[in-house]
Design a protein around this ligand. Structure first.
Ligand SMILES: Nc1ncnc2c1ncn2[C@@H]1O[C@H](COP(=O)(O)OP(=O)(O)OP(=O)(O)O)[C@@H](O)[C@H]1O
Ligand SMILES: [Mg+2]
Length: 375
């Protein structure tokens, strides 16, 4: 089932929780909504489910204006953020519940309900647990029951609001992989809310980044990561270094000192220089062929498969963390010259000026190797 959200606004007590949100979701897609707390993720999900009505705009299910469909007619399977199974019902009864409460004409027979519930329990890998009560299950098992229960009504759309929120990291990872596989089997159109950006990036066909009731960017995970549309997305998805700079006559200055990046044709004024921690080249200051940003090593530690340096930058008390290959180990207190090799300037107006691969970047890579040899 295609979903189309068109110019939707939702106010609570006159305060907008969603402003003019538009989003198209194709049938069978797995879409993740991410964003900070309060950005409107649950509200958007509840609007799709029909649990809230928009103040303006329309939600379409296929060609149908969903405002004409009741919650039941939308056939939405929903796993809530703070989900509770029915404590007094077994796993089998919980999963079959949505079918047993259907109006008489649409209700399958008891036997059909039983069969469907059992096959779903098998699908979520809980065969043998049919007669247990929720209190006799682990958190991850309960979430899987909740998913089976949401799927029992044969939903056209599956809406999951932080279904793994309360679980520990390893269980989340297992369930994440499992949910992706399950989606590939069932093919339900799925909208999944998480504030774990890693979870969204790993799981989703497309990621929707929300902030303050607006959609900041929609795209495939790698597109969002590689070409963030705003400073907010750059900060929110993946790690980033951010330095406050000032543009003057096409030069970029940090604490008044020009750095070797140019912003030709950019109007004068403040900007944020943003880059990924590993998109840097370094050299020792007194040898630097390209005078970069002067920075002093404050700390150096192992990080993943490389080394992370904590640096004090310039005179303005700024700091940044950069990632280097493991064999590059400038000592603490040494001073380095650092260049971003791939960077973006964000202006306060929201406009951005991107520099994916500046011409000089290729020649800046060599100092890293020189330094590795020198150590
Ligand atoms: N029933 C309500 N009455 C009043 N305000 C509400 C209501 N539901 C949500 N809001 C407000 O709308 C905004 C968006 O809330 P929402 O629950 O959609 O955020 P969220 O992105 O799901 O956040 P979280 O990650 O914390 O779950 C928040 O400012 C919230 O306080
Ligand atoms: Mg929420």
């Amino acid at each position: 089932m295609d979903l189309r959200i068109k110019n939707v606004r939702k106010d609570f007590d006159l305060t907008p929780a969603l402003h003019d949100v538009s989003l198209d979701i194709a049938s069978g897609e797995l879409v993740a909504l991410v964003g900070p707390s309060g950005s409107g993720k649950t509200t958007l999900l509840r609007l799709i489910a029909g649990l809230e009505q928009p103040n303006a705009g329309t939600v379409y299910f296929g060609q149908d204006d969903a405002s004409r469909l009741s919650v039941q007619d939308r056939q939405v399977g929903f796993v809530f953020q703070h989900y509770a199974l029915f404590k007094h019902m077994t796993v089998l009864q919980n999963v079959g519940f949505g079918l047993t409460v259907r109006p008489r004409g649409k209700r399958p027979t008891a036997r059909e309900i039983n069969e469907r519930a059992r096959s779903l329990i098998e699908l979520v890998q809980l065969a043998g647990f049919e007669d247990r009560y929720p209190s006799q299950l682990s958190g991850g098992q309960r979430q899987r029951v909740a998913l089976a229960r949401a799927m029992a009504i044969e939903p056209k759309v599956l809406l999951l609001d932080e279904p793994f929120g309360a679980l520990d990291a390893q269980v989340r990872k297992d369930l994440r992989r499992w949910l992706r596989e399950l989606h590939d089997v069932t093919g339900h159109t799925t909208v999944f809310v998480t504030h774990d950006q890693e979870e969204a990036m790993e799981l989703a066909d497309r990621v929707v980044v929300m902030s303050r009731g607006r959609i900041e960017q929609v795209g495939a995970p790698d597109a969002i990561y590689d070409t963030p549309a705003s400073a907010f997305v750059h900060r929110f998805i993946g790690e980033s270094v951010e330095l406050p700079v000032y543009i003057e006559g096409g030069m970029i200055r940090l604490d008044g000192i020009a750095i070797p990046l140019s912003a030709a044709d950019e109007p004068d004024g403040p900007a944020a220089l943003v880059f990924r921690p590993y998109d840097v080249a370094i050299d020792e200051v007194d040898r630097a062929t390209y005078p970069g940003i002067a920075a002093t090593v404050v700390a150096s530690r192992w990080h993943g498969r490389g080394r992370r340096l904590e640096l004090a930058v310039g005179a303005g008390g700024h700091s940044m963390e950069i990632d280097l290959p493991p064999d590059v180990a400038p000592p603490v207190d040494s001073t380095l010259s650092v260049w971003p090799t791939r960077w973006t300037l964000y202006r306060p107006s929201g406009a951005s000026l991107s520099h994916p691969t500046p011409a000089a970047a290729a020649s800046m890579v060599s100092p890293i190797q020189q330094m590795a040899v020198a150590q």
